[in-house]
Design a protein around this ligand. Structure first.
Ligand SMILES: C[S@@+](CC[C@H](N)C(=O)[O-])C[C@H]1O[C@@H](n2cnc3c(N)ncnc32)[C@H](O)[C@@H]1O
Length: 212
């Protein structure tokens, strides 16, 4: 993509882009790596990963994946992702772009990966409709997200935290019911496992587009 085009899709979260790789690596060491493995197990074909960050999933794609198109709008994280792509076991192409306006030329993909990203995308509905546009009928979405607590007080605390937290964490919201958007977009949820991790409720699972 031309430099001008990349700049128009970039989002700058300079502080977040500096601390996220360290914090994410530490989370992976405490169990996140196993969740990422579960997220990606059994994937095959051409895959789009939206908001790929510094590329922590890349080393875990199964050999049956023929290509990963990794979309990342934050320039510093994108550069780290490009580095990670060079060591990936499958071909990974890192491209600038936002989930709400995926790069031109993506079509007929076999799967999409959403990994700790629905919390941060400003317009989740637009992102889901973009995914519907680039995926083939019957394609899969894999998701690994932290979500809103079911307890009233915990959910209130999350909503309160969201007055400040998104400003220092690259737009991440703690109180989103992120995976509801997958349902609303017309995907059929195939599996969804809810668990607590690092004090927050998380969900890992998969959903499919109807075949017609
Ligand atoms: C918490 S990080 C997760 C990174 C990575 N997916 C992972 O699993 O480690 C959230 C990511 O979403 C990206 N992001 C923020 N707004 C976005 C948007 N509109 N479209 C796509 N990605 C976005 C951020 O730049 C960041 O890389």
């Amino acid at each position: 993509m031309a430099r001008g085009a990349a700049e128009s899709t970039d989002v700058h979260h300079r502080l977040f882009a500096r601390w996220y790789p360290r914090v994410a690596r530490s989370a992976d060491a405490k169990g996140g790596a196993e969740h990422r493995r579960e997220l990606l197990a059994g994937l095959a074909g051409r895959v789009v990963e939206v908001g790929a960050g510094n590329g922590l999933n890349f080393s875990r794609y199964p050999a049956e994946v023929s290509e990963v198109i990794a979309v990342e709008p934050e320039p510093r994280l994108r550069r780290s992702a490009e580095q990670a792509a060079t060591a990936a076991p499958v071909p990974v192409r890192v491209v600038p772009g936002r989930a709400e306006a995926l790069p031109d030329g993506l079509a007929d993909l076999d799967a999409a990966v959403l990994s700790l990203v629905l919390c941060s995308i400003p317009d989740v509905e637009a992102a889901m409709s973009e995914l519907r546009r680039v995926l083939r009928p019957g394609a899969e979405i894999r998701f690994y997200e932290h979500v809103r607590s079911e307890g009233t007080w915990a959910a209130r605390a999350q909503r309160l935290a969201d007055l400040v937290w998104p400003r220092v964490s690259g737009g991440c919201h703690l109180s989103r019911r992120s995976t509801d958007a997958i349902d609303r977009a017309g995907f059929d949820v195939v599996s969804s496992r809810r668990f607590r991790f690092l004090g927050l409720p998380h969900v890992v699972g998969s959903a499919r587009l109807p075949t017609t």
